[in-house]
Design a protein. Sequence first.
Length: 115
Amino acid sequence: MDDSTTLLIQLQEELQHYKKALGEAQDTIINQNVSNYPIMVVHKQEVEIGIPLIQQSEQLIWSINASTLEEFVAKKIVEPHKVEGFKEVYKSTEEFICLFVLSELGATFIFLSRN
């Protein structure tokens, strides 16, 4: 297994207990018409994007912030000309939670099953 696969497995295990809270945050972003494209930013270091949801603790080595595609475009993380492509690969919010994971391996988007 390579480092990215190991990281993904570790992350899925650690976030298992937080899926409900992440799903509720995602639903709130959509239901309050903030965005149709919520993104949960998963990080270990300080970041200046999104609203803090879950802080690192003894049980969780990650912090999680709630953000949106619109904020990612405003902060130039996603370039405006790539928005349509992003929307095409964005998965159903009823089935998945979109994560933007910042780790020692870099930054990557991952879709975590809500089940």
